[in-house]
Design a binder for this molecule. Structure first.
Ligand code: SF4
Length: 256
C-alpha cells in the first residue's frame, strides 16, 4: 500500500473513531478468479457448515403471534433482540391487537418502548402499523411481501423476518447488520458496495442459496455474527466456515 493510501485510510479510521460511528465494512478480499459455479459450490458448503453448527437457528425475538413478531421486529431496528425482549412483555400486555396499537396514546407508547431507542419514530410506526392493519387487512397481519411493505416501519428485512419465521414463506433473506457483514467477509455478495448495501446483498444471497434455505440462512448467519464472526473481533480460529472464508485471519478491528 502506498503512503498516500495508508494516510487516507488512517485518516478515515480516525474520523470514524472520533465521531463514534463505525465505518461500513469493506468487501472481503476478492477471489478474482472465482466463477459463479465455484461461488455456488462454496455457498453450498457454507450452508452445510451452518446447518451442522446452528441446527436450531431461529428468530431470537420473543413472540406468540404474527402481530407480536411484527411489532418486535419493528422495535429491533438499531436495538438488540435482548433489549426488545425486555420491553415486549409489558407492551404486548397493554396492546393485544392491531386496533389497540391503532388507538394507542403516542406518549404512553413511547414511554413503554423508550429503551429500544428511536422511540418516537418506532411509536409512530407501531401506531401506523395498527391503523393500516385495521383499515386494509381486517386487523390481521398479511402474508405477502407487497402487503407487508404497505405498513409503516416495515421494509424488506422486517417483512422477510415475519414471512419466513411466522408464515414459513421464504420470500427473501433477512439482511441485518450481522448478515451484511458476514456476507461480505465470506465474499458472498460480489455486487455489494459495502455491508450496508442490503438490497444487493440480499439479491446476491438469493441467487447463491436455494430458496428453501433462506429463512434458516438468515437466522444462522445472525447467530454466527453474534457468537463467532463478531464485528470487532471475529474468532476465526474456531469458525466452522473458516475453510470457505477468504477473510479468515485477515481481519483486524479496523477492517471490521
Ligand atoms: S473465518 Fe473469520 S471472518 Fe470468516 S466467517 Fe469465520 S469468523 Fe468470520
Amino acid at each position: 500500500m502506498n503512503n498516500r493510501r495508508t494516510n487516507a485510510s488512517a485518516r478515515s479510521t480516525a474520523v470514524a473513531r472520533k465521531s463514534g460511528r463505525r465505518a461500513a465494512a469493506r468487501p472481503a478480499r476478492r477471489r478474482p478468479s472465482e466463477s459463479v459455479a465455484a461461488r455456488k459450490a462454496r455457498a453450498a458448503r457454507i450452508l452445510a457448515g451452518l446447518r451442522a453448527h446452528y441446527p436450531d437457528a431461529r428468530c431470537a425475538l420473543t413472540h406468540r403471534s404474527a402481530l407480536e413478531l411484527l411489532a418486535a421486529t419493528i422495535l429491533s431496528a438499531q436495538c438488540t433482540d435482548q433489549r426488545v425482549n425486555l420491553v415486549t412483555p409489558a407492551l404486548f400486555a397493554r396492546y393485544r391487537g392491531a386496533a389497540d396499537f391503532a388507538a394507542a396514546d403516542p406518549a404512553e407508547l413511547q414511554e413503554l418502548i423508550r429503551s429500544t431507542g428511536f422511540f418516537r419514530n418506532k411509536a409512530r410506526s407501531l401506531i401506523g402499523m395498527g391503523r393500516v392493519l385495521c383499515d386494509e387487512f381486517g386487523g390481521k397481519v398479511p402474508q405477502t411481501m407487497p402487503a407487508l411493505l404497505r405498513l409503516p416501519g416495515v421494509a424488506r428485512k422486517t417483512a422477510n423476518c415475519v414471512l419466513g419465521t411466522w408464515f414459513e414463506k421464504n420470500e427473501g433473506v433477512v439482511v441485518d447488520t450481522h448478515v451484511g457483514r458476514i456476507a461480505l467477509r465470506l465474499s458472498l455478495a460480489p455486487s455489494a458496495r459495502n455491508d450496508k448495501d442490503a438490497v444487493r446483498i440480499e439479491n446476491d444471497l438469493m441467487s447463491l442459496f436455494p430458496r428453501e434455505s433462506w429463512t434458516f440462512l438468515s437466522h444462522a448467519m445472525i447467530d454466527h455474527g453474534r457468537s463467532i464472526c463478531t464485528a470487532r473481533k471475529p474468532a476465526c480460529d474456531r469458525c466452522p466456515l473458516r475453510a470457505e472464508c477468504p477473510s479468515a485471519d485477515s481481519l483486524t478491528q479496523d477492517d471490521s
